[in-house]
Ligand binder design. Structure first.
Ligand code: HH2
Length: 336
């Protein structure tokens, strides 16, 4: 029977003797929830963990695209699309895109994620040539303006290649190399870091009736398998970030189940990225039908993720999230 080990991440200043530091970051743990598909969850002392599990949970995460994770970092979202659910149509003009990117960087974004195809529920497929036309010139312009590092949000190898040539430093594939297997070879050859996200189904239909045996464990197994595939192709684990894919083929209950047990994913030994910003479940729970009114709810989700040791937050509201993180960190460390 496969067991899954979820560290009970703590940020309290009173750290018991013998507690372990989680992923070299700001959380500690001395207990672990053991999950399995057949038995009820059980909480055990961390000292009873298999050695290799404990080692992987504690190992400081390597830097990714120049970012280090002694504290949580921000990935600012820049969609150069006509139809993204939140910022669609706003940044199609390259000058507007560049101004927004500079603004997000000034507000505290540590990396910018450029996307040329919306993957919101119901979004239509965009041919690679069009996606390249939207993204590559903006990436090149940001590079020459020394705005960066830059991540390319794409599921297509051709788009990633054009983005890398233009100066992108990271490939963010919401289909974790399952949509276009050539993207695996492109990423391995370029030796760039990658983000592997879980998604169930295509954007057109993914929200129709998503089903899981156990959403948390199913997403974990999927990411574990994708990491092994990436490693086999020559991408070291230290260059892989993982993302549970909030909203991608998931009901509100699925999203909440994942957000409650995010710390499980540390057991995979990678930096965790979370992209919950302004998503629909925030609008439903937070009574904010318009995506632009979801900053408070998004910040709340971000803080709860950071309390579980999540290292990178993909956000629209850089200023608000940075302010919240700064206060959380000041309270935790006791220094302004
Ligand atoms: N979410 C979106 C797009 N890319 N990448 C990662 N790693 N994680 C995410 O959760 C994620 C992502 C969807 O959000 P957005 O880019 O704001 O909208 P759209 O897909 O409509 O362009």
């Amino acid at each position: 029977m496969k067991r899954y080990y979820r560290p009970l991440a703590q940020i309290d200043p009173a750290r018991p003797k013998g507690a372990h530091v989680l992923a070299g970051g700001w959380c500690w743990f001395d207990r672990v929830e053991v999950l399995s598909r057949d038995t009820a969850p059980e909480v055990i002392p961390a000292d009873r963990l298999p050695t290799e599990v404990l080692t992987r949970l504690c190992a400081p995460r390597a830097s990714v695209a120049g970012l280090t994770f002694e504290r949580a970092k921000l990935m600012g979202i820049l969609n150069v699309t006509p139809d993204s659910f939140s910022d669609g149509g706003k940044f199609l003009d390259p000058e507007a895109a560049i101004a927004h990117a500079k603004n997000m960087q000034a507000e505290g974004a540590d990396i910018l994620d450029i996307g040329g195809e919306s993957t919101r529920p119901g979004a239509a497929y965009v041919p690679a040539v069009e996606e390249i036309r939207r993204t590559a010139p903006v990436i090149a312009a940001l590079q020459s303006a020394a705005v960066g590092p830059i991540s390319i949000d794409t599921r297509k190898a051709d788009v990633a290649e054009a983005a890398l040539s233009a100066g992108a430093a990271l490939i963010n594939d919401v289909y974790a190399f399952t949509h276009d297997p050539r993207l695996l070879a492109v990423s391995a050859k370029a030796q760039v870091p990658v983000c592997l996200m879980h998604a169930q189904g295509d954007p057109e239909t993914m929200q129709t009736d998503p089903q899981y045996a156990d959403v948390v464990l199913d997403v974990y197994d999927f990411l574990e398998e994708r990491i092994l595939t990436a490693e086999a192709a020559g991408i070291e684990r230290s260059r892989i970030m993982i993302d549970p894919g909030i909203g991608f083929g998931k009901t509100i209950a699925h999203n909440l189940a994942l957000l409650r047990r995010l710390s499980l994913f540390h057991a995979l030994g990678c930096v965790i990225l979370l992209g919950a910003s302004r998503k629909r479940f925030i609008g439903v729970i937070g009574n904010a039908p318009s995506a632009e009114d979801r900053a408070f709810g998004s910040v709340s989700v971000a803080l709860s993720a950071v309390a579980q040791g999540v290292q990178l937050l993909r956000v629209h509201d850089t200023k608000e999230t940075k302010q919240a993180l700064d206060l959380m960190q000041a309270i935790q460390t006791g220094t302004p």
